[in-house]
Ligand binder design. Structure first.
Ligand SMILES: [Zn+2]
Length: 390
């Protein structure tokens, strides 16, 4: 009787484990990456016609965190390469997330709270070394993208300015050509070692934000507990990023960290995905002082689609935030940073991007403004920042 009971128990445990490995990650994916309206979408003819001429460049996407094959079309989450193509995306920045503390919030995320990524990594059967190492998680996500690019034939990892120029030339022939640029979201991924910057650069990473949700060894996050400035370690990393031509992304940085990084560096920086406090007051969003500081450095501000970035649902709230930045500092500093697949609620999946073009038209932007906002501005800054050779 006891032995039978043990067998049943072991069987149930095995079933639960299999269920976890097969089911937990897709459930989390579907539950956290939601859309406010399901496809298909119905933009106006005028918006669709304009959208069809655009090369959309999106400064932030977290697809690599999820178990979806990037090259296969899915009906959950926000993106995959087929849906990005349908949405007109010609350049996508793919970011690697390596730590998400439990109980995160805009009013204070504790770096020491239980990290949720090991559970997601295990549930998605990532290599065991990624379960305990943030650095290995970043390396693994880069490999995932490189492998997808190798299998696709028209998806190109952008490592140099020449790669970007080749992409722009290819797009004139084939609109399915798509560039991918690798980014790290939060340099706790370095695990305290400046030399790890070089490994990540060798892996293909070309954009890095110093912080993500929580304060780390480099400095304060906008949603951390202390919101401090650049540490000595952070300063050493920033110098290394500059030496390796890595684009610095100030998304998720505290106000003090933004000031310190701008004081220590030259040339354009990006804020890959953000809202602006003028239209949506939140510690996660950029103040007008920093909107002006980024513009003064010839940088771009990627406005996000998600509800708590723009304090609203639907593409009109996104267009309102973009209008504010354009009016304040000029349309040449406005870009798109969707945060697709970043555990957020967005108006549409990637196939709905023509609805944003429609909202920008409704907001009174010209076709030329919209070309800049939806892609040209981001391409300009990335091109300037990419290394001329490996
Ligand atoms: Zn983010």
């Amino acid at each position: 009787m006891l032995r039978l009971g043990l067998y049943v128990l072991a069987g149930l445990l095995a079933l639960a484990l299999v269920g976890y490995f097969v089911g937990a990650a897709p459930i989390a994916d579907a539950r956290y990456n939601t859309v406010q309206a399901e496809p298909p979408y119905d933009p106006s003819g005028r918006a669709q016609a304009l959208h069809d001429t655009l090369m959309v460049a999106d400064l932030h996407n977290d697809l690599l965190l999820w178990g979806r094959d990037p090259l296969t079309r899915h009906d959950r989450g926000h993106t995959d390469v087929p849906r990005l193509r349908e949405g007109g995306v010609g350049l996508q920045v793919f970011a690697a997330v390596t730590q998400v503390p439990r109980g995160r919030s805009y009013t204070g995320t504790d770096a020491d709270a239980l990290d949720q990524i090991p559970f997601l990594a295990a549930a998605q059967r990532w290599p065991v070394r990624t379960w305990t190492s943030r650095f290995e998680r970043a390396r693994y996500q880069a490999r995932k993208l490189r492998r997808a690019a190798a299998r696709d034939g028209a998806l190109f990892l952008l490592r140099t300015r020449a790669d970007l120029d080749a992409l722009l030339a290819r797009r004139r022939e084939a609109p399915s050509a798509m560039g991918a640029l690798l980014a790290v979201e939060g340099l706790h991924a370095l695990e305290g070692n400046v030399a790890n910057v070089d490994t990540l650069v060798d892996d293909g990473y070309r954009m890095m934000s110093l912080t993500h949700l929580h304060d780390n060894a480099l400095g304060g996050a906008s949603t951390g507990l202390v919101n401090g400035g650049l540490t000595d370690f952070g300063a050493a990393v920033v110098d290394r990023l500059a030496a390796r031509d890595v684009t610095i992304d100030l998304a998720h940085a505290s106000e003090a960290l933004i000031d310190d990084v701008l004081a220590r560096t030259d040339g354009p920086v990006v804020v890959s995905h953000t809202g602006v406090r003028a239209t949506c007051d939140s510690p996660r969003n950029l103040s007008d002082r920093h909107v002006e500081a980024i513009a003064a450095r010839e940088g771009v501000i990627g406005v996000g689609l998600w509800e708590t970035a723009v304090c609203g649902t639907g593409p009109a709230a996104v267009a309102t935030a973009m209008r504010h930045v354009a009016d304040r500092v000029g349309v040449e500093h406005v870009a798109l940073g969707t945060d697709f697949d970043g555990t957020v609620s967005v108006p549409f999946d990637a196939t709905g991007l023509p609805l944003l073009t429609e909202a920008l038209l409704d907001e009174g932007f010209s076709a030329q403004d919209i070309e800049q906002i939806m892609g040209e501005n981001a391409v300009r800054v990335l091109r300037q920042r990419l290394p001329s050779s490996e």
